[in-house]
Design a binder for this molecule. Structure first.
Ligand code: GLU
Length: 475
């Protein structure tokens, strides 16, 4: 039997980390077994299921690279089918009409609470003659749940778990207005889509008992369930915005690569020995459910960033260039034209070795395509000193000394700057730091000679002139 998994989000908001991880596990399980991964939008809550939320889920999955097979199933479009199944069950006695009024149900609950019992429906219409139905009440259809024995789930993560059937009441399948409930819809859709494995958050574990009962009553085989533990923050507390962004879309903006995100999500509750870096190909080859941990997974933003640094280093320069350009254009309204692009490409190999996010990478390269005169950070301004300072005058002399250098290569520039320092009778540091400030507007940057080589002769000399007090008249 071929494996069919599904991701079945209720599109009521963003795609959160927990949902993304659920999608990833279902996707990996299907890909590992050569099966299919389906996407089903559980959009029956018409008020909360907005087009924006649907788009956020689709965008999030697309960004993560989790491609689904076949058409997207919209649960709302299966309503008639769900209702038909409820009526079939009614016809065979597996369900019954309940004519309780809301007031009656409220009184039943209050009584149970007062007696310290769980607020369950007491089954009062289970065997009652519908001829006794009060006038003017549209009935709901309830499931005739088994009242004796136990329901067992052989969960692939949580192992065997049983519940006493007396703990569950007769749930509503069709509301008085004829609309199907969530519980009915999930069961019918999982059956109709041929789902073999339902991997989802363990907040759905209790639903699995009712769903299993309903599957059986319908004469269908339930999927194998795998309930995965929820995600907590690094301290063990429930994951919240404090621990970093919670919506997946926000990570793209923070400069996280999808490959790093997949790797980090994979490690949330799944392990393969001590391996931390597991790329997607490896994950598909290794993924199975027996290595899912039963304890709550902990999300750690620092870990994600360190993984991201790895995947940035592994990325092709051309791919990073496209991203850097986009970010520079968005953040600084800088268009990296051909020359700027050449500068960025020249420094990318060095800059990508240090960046933990694409935002950081773009920030570290922004100085290459900034307009003159550069904006100085306060530290850079201090390195240069006031107008006429010794550091500035020295940069002016360096500018003159570099005019005639033949080859504008990193090695030649290094030799020239070192020679200049010697002539000036100062250490290299006394020159390199103000030089860095003049060329980058900051006190830290990639290697200064690489910076000079990347900027090119004209731009380097112009920036030196800006700082050294020469050539200002030409602006
Ligand atoms: N729609 C449910 C949710 O978003 C998931 C249902 C399921 O996986 O069975 O939590």
């Amino acid at each position: 039997m071929s494996v069919v998994t599904r991701f079945a989000p209720s599109p009521t908001g963003m795609l959160h980390l927990g949902g993304a991880r659920t999608a990833l596990f279902n996707w990996l399980y299907a890909r590992h077994h050569g099966g299919s991964f389906r996407l089903r939008l559980e959009d029956t809550d018409r008020k909360r299921s907005t087009p924006e939320a649907i788009a956020a889920i689709i965008d999030g999955l697309t960004w993560l690279g989790l491609d689904w097979d076949g058409e997207i199933v919209r649960q709302s479009e299966q309503r008639q089918r769900h209702a038909d199944v409820a009526h079939d069950l009614l016809a065979t006695g597996g369900a019954y009409r309940c004519y309780c009024t809301p007031e009656e149900l409220e009184a039943m609950r209050a009584e149970a609470r007062a007696a310290g019992r769980a607020a369950l429906y007491d089954g009062r219409w289970r065997d009652r003659d519908p001829a006794e139905a009060p006038p003017g009440i549209d009935p709901v259809i309830r499931f005739r749940a088994p009242q004796e024995g136990e329901t067992l789930i052989s969960d692939l993560v949580q192992r065997d778990i049983k519940i006493d059937n007396t703990a569950l009441d007769d749930m509503v399948l069709l509301r008085a207005d004829g609309t199907p409930t969530y519980m009915l819809s999930v069961v019918v859709d999982d059956h109709d889509m041929g789902i073999t494995h339902a991997i989802r958050g363990d907040d759905h574990l209790t639903n699995a008992f009712r769903q299993t009962q309903l599957f059986r009553a319908l004469g269908w085989e339930p999927p194998a369930y795998a309930h995965i533990p929820l995600i907590h923050g690094p301290s063990g507390a429930k994951l919240s915005k404090r621990h970093g962004a919670v919506a997946v879309g926000a990570y793209a903006e923070l400069g996280i690569l999808p490959a790093a995100m997949r790797n980090a999500l994979l490690r949330l509750g799944w392990s393969h020995g001590d391996d931390e870096i597991i790329d997607t190909g490896q994950a598909i080859a290794w993924f199975d459910l027996d290595a899912v941990n039963r304890g709550a997974a902990r999300f750690d933003m620092e870990k994600l960033q360190s993984l991201n640094g790895h995947y940035i280093r592994e990325s092709a320069d051309a791919a990073l260039l496209a991203d850097v350009e986009q970010r520079l254009a968005a953040t600084y309204s800088l268009a990296a034209k051909d020359e700027g692009r050449r500068c960025i490409m020249a420094l990318l190999p060095e800059a990508k070795a240090r960046a933990k996010t694409l935002v950081e990478l773009a920030d570290n390269l922004a100085f290459l395509v900034c307009d003159r005169p550069l904006q100085m950070t306060s530290k850079a301004a201090r390195l240069l000193g006031d107008e006429g300072s010794e550091a500035r005058r020295r940069l002016g002399r360096l500018q003159a000394a570099l005019q005639d250098i033949a080859a504008w290569s990193e090695a030649d520039l290094e030799a020239a700057v070192r020679g200049f320092a010697e002539d000036e009778g100062v250490g290299l540091g006394a020159i390199a730091q103000p030089l860095r400030a003049a060329l980058t507007g900051a006190h830290a940057s990639p290697g200064i000679f690489a910076v000079m080589a990347a900027l090119g002769r004209e731009e380097t000399l112009a920036r030196l002139a800006d700082a050294g007090g020469q050539g200002r008249s030409d602006r």
